[in-house]
Ligand binder design. Sequence first.
Ligand SMILES: C[S@@+](CC[C@H](N)C(=O)[O-])C[C@H]1O[C@@H](n2cnc3c(N)ncnc32)[C@H](O)[C@@H]1O
Length: 250
Amino acid sequence: MALSTVTWKLSRAGQRLAAARRNGLRGIPVEAARLTKEFARAPLALAAEYVFDVRRGVRTRGFVRNESALSRLSVGGDGNYYQPIGLSPLRRLVATIPVDPAAATFVDLGAGRGRAVLLAAELGFGRVLGIELDPDLAAEGAENVRRWRAGRRGRHSAGQVVDVVPGDAAGFTPPEGPLVIALFNSFGATTLKLLLARLCEEQREDAAPLFFAYINPVHEGTFEEFPRLVPHSRAPGWTVFRLAPESPRP
Ligand SMILES: C[S@@+](CC[C@H](N)C(=O)[O-])C[C@H]1O[C@@H](n2cnc3c(N)ncnc32)[C@H](O)[C@@H]1O
């Protein structure tokens, strides 16, 4: 783990304790216990992430504090910096989604270096697309896909399409067919609203379900404005929504 990541994690811990203190002294032991648990688990998680990268000959680890550059690039101006997704939540939430991965498209909005894209490809999705606002990260993501494919030596399914491309999630148009969209807290409420409004305009066939997996769902309250997106499954740290065929009647 880079020194900058350690410094960042320690300063975040300080901020969380300060926030707990503002909510009353009794919150501090609870937050401290949570932080202790997280720090105790960190070495294992970091080791797993290191092994993930080394086995595939890719580099998805590390933070990139690119948020100031992103604010000039996006329509919503509220992009969050690159922090790679944890390895296990994605596997667990995909297991709750009733689609045949081979017949479905998986889209990661804010793909960064492409970790979720590679995981989804290994879970067998027929088409996997990562969309990333930061052009440098998009290029790194595409390079990671190229290396991953070279390392698989034909072990990926025939006809599987996997890619990371530059773009702003605010302008995302969902492709046809069964679709799983993943969002790992890539941006704030402004971009999220633009995106959800577009999704809710969708007229989809029954055979083309749309699921939206929101990981680290900081702005989950925003979904209340979009009643066509109904909760499908949930665990601490993520919620999966399903796009209902039409708006429920009031
Ligand atoms: C928390 S990281 C997501 C990590 C990634 N999904 C993974 O698999 O590890 C957020 C990413 O979203 C990107 N981002 C921020 N705003 C965006 C936008 N409007 N459209 C697309 N990408 C965006 C950032 O550059 C950053 O790489």
